[in-house]
Design a protein around this ligand. Structure first.
Ligand SMILES: Cc1cc2nc3c(=O)[nH]c(=O)nc-3n(C[C@H](O)[C@H](O)[C@H](O)COP(=O)(O)O)c2cc1C
Length: 365
């Protein structure tokens, strides 16, 4: 039976347990996206806290794909020295780290640089039309940017890369019939919608070579009317697996989903204990793929983590907000103090970070 604290590996270096810090924007990068001392301290704290694999906050692969302020950057070679330091501090503390590489697509409109937002199609919202459809040349440039970013992550000493294809960011927009209204080879039917993500995976794999872990984070479903469904996801993952992936992290929701259906759900009633958000989708995915499954969303207890792994529902348990509250939660659990995370999941940490004060639990102390 797989155990939470056994050593494993996914086409790369050994991971000391099955706990993953899910990608988390910390709001701690410099205005140009480079690594800062506070960000290094945060990474080191997670590694000392015994997280098996830390996934960085989303790092933008090209300027127009930037989502917001104080976001990590990997769009140019000048970012590599800082990223190298980031990998080093984690390794010095005995941890492992993956870089999440991302393009915000239409959501890039929120970025500070004034680039026009681009995505699969223009998007009609209640407040008007957002963004415009990408040309073939722009899609080719995006593929090249993801590949170059993965190459930089590897050069910088990161142990893996994770392609962000969830939460209504660019690749998730292409996968989603809600966002993707294209009639060319990058839209229409499901293989068309998957094509950009598939070509990104192939280009990343070609850049990093066969012996380097390439992961993806994908929505189990979008939770928007006419969006990607669990059935769509179940057809999508095997296509991406064949393109060269090593593991899949299952998430859900987009920036247009209802707050209680977004990736970072805020519970209506904080007294009701949270359950894993996408467990049934993971159970169905297990029957469709041989890839290791990383499950994120709403996991708050040691018992749930153990159950998910021992029952084979997930191979890895990913946490985001509990590790904002307690960066050393995994060390605590490993030491035998298996009390649940104290995270209230109210996202006030996020609101604080949006003001430029960095990510920190507001309920501490
Ligand atoms: C402050 C904050 C920042 C986040 N940043 C990212 C990110 O950069 N990339 C990503 O894929 N998901 C991001 N997420 C979503 C989380 O990785 C995770 O999917 C979600 O919070 C559900 O997990 P949890 O219930 O353990 O918090 C973020 C969530 C929060 C609260």
């Amino acid at each position: 039976m797989p155990a939470l604290f056994e050593q494993t590996n996914i086409n790369g270096p050994a991971l000391s347990n099955r706990f993953v810090r899910s990608a988390t924007w910390e709001g701690l990068a410099a205005p140009d996206g480079s690594v800062t001392e506070p960000l290094l301290d945060a990474m080191s704290a997670l590694a000392r806290g015994r997280v098996g694999l830390i996934i960085s906050g989303h790092a933008f692969v090209s300027p127009e794909g930037r989502a917001g302020q104080w976001q990590l950057a990997v769009h140019e070679d000048g970012m590599v020295p800082g990223l190298r330091r980031m990998a080093e501090v984690v390794h010095e503390a005995g941890g492992k780290i993956a870089l999440q590489i991302a393009h915000a697509g239409i959501r890039g409109a929120a970025g500070p640089d004034g680039f026009p937002a681009v995505g699969p199609s223009e998007l009609e919202t209640e407040s008007g039309v957002m963004g415009r459809a990408m040309s073939e040349a722009e899609m080719a440039a995006v593929i090249a940017s993801f590949a170059a970013a993965a190459g930089r992550a590897k050069d910088a000493g990161f142990d893996a890369v994770q392609i962000h294809a969830a939460h209504g960011y660019l690749l998730s927009q292409f996968l989603s019939p809600f966002f993707n209204k294209r009639t060319d080879g990058y839209g229409g039917d499901l293989p068309g919608r998957v094509r950009l993500a598939r070509e990104v995976v192939q280009a990343v794999r070609a850049t990093v070579g066969p012996q380097y872990p390439v992961f993806i984070k994908i929505n189990s479903e979008d939770f928007v009317p006419g969006g990607m469904t669990v059935d769509n996801m179940l057809e999508t993952v095997p296509i991406l697996e064949a393109a060269g992936l090593d593991a899949v992290e299952l998430s859900g929701g987009t920036f247009l989903s209802k707050p209680e259906e977004r990736s970072m759900r805020a519970p209506r009633d904080p007294q009701v204990p949270s359950l894993p958000y996408y467990e049934s989708a993971a159970e169905r995915l297990r029957l469709r793929t041989g890839l290791p499954i990383v499950l994120v969303g709403g996991i708050r207890t040691y018992e749930t983590s153990e159950r998910l792994v021992s029952q084979g529902i997930a191979d890895y348990v990913a946490l985001c907000r509990p590790l904002i509250c307690e960066p050393d939660l995994i060390r605590r659990w490993e030491s035998g103090d298996t009390k649940a995370s104290t995270c209230r999941s109210d996202n006030r940490c996020f609101v604080r970070a949006l003001k430029g004060r960095g990510l920190e639990c507001v309920h501490k102390g």
